[in-house]
Design a protein. Structure first.
Length: 135
């Protein structure tokens, strides 16, 4: 019996069954989810504008969409304060905090190996013909 048989990965198998972490990767590692969760985990509760300033390359529309999705997924808590003017704050939820070991592992891997990835890219690009890189 092979690993692919043991884990259900074979011909005609649903990709989510072949890779059981695929839904988690989609959930946690979509384009803007990780920076938002990282900021809320590392720096604590933020108002919308504070998050926008911290993640400078995100648009207000995308930040709104991602925060709504993260709230729906249970990873972020939105707190509305009925003041004048109204105030809304976002913080990572208890469920979101359970991702801290994963983020720590990825940060450690990055510190240890990202330079090797950059080196491999540079070596690969040096070998590739110029026309292939223009695509």
């Amino acid at each position: 019996m092979t690993d692919s048989t043991i884990h259900g990965a074979g011909p005609g198998v649903d990709p989510e069954q072949a890779c059981p972490i695929a839904p988690v990767v989609d959930l946690v590692f979509s384009r803007w989810t990780t920076p938002i969760l990282w900021a809320l985990h590392t720096y604590g509760r933020h108002r919308f504008v504070e998050l926008e300033r911290r993640i400078t390359t995100i648009t207000p529309k995308v930040l709104t969409q991602r925060l709504r999705q993260l709230e729906r997924d249970g990873l972020v808590v939105r707190t509305y304060h009925p003041e004048v003017p109204p105030r809304v704050e976002y913080e990572i939820s208890e469920l979101g905090r359970t991702l801290a070991p994963l983020f720590a592992t990825l940060a450690e891997w990055s510190a240890l190996h990202l330079d090797k990835v950059e080196q491999a890219r540079a070596e690969h690009d040096a070998r590739e013909p110029v026309r292939a890189r223009r695509r």
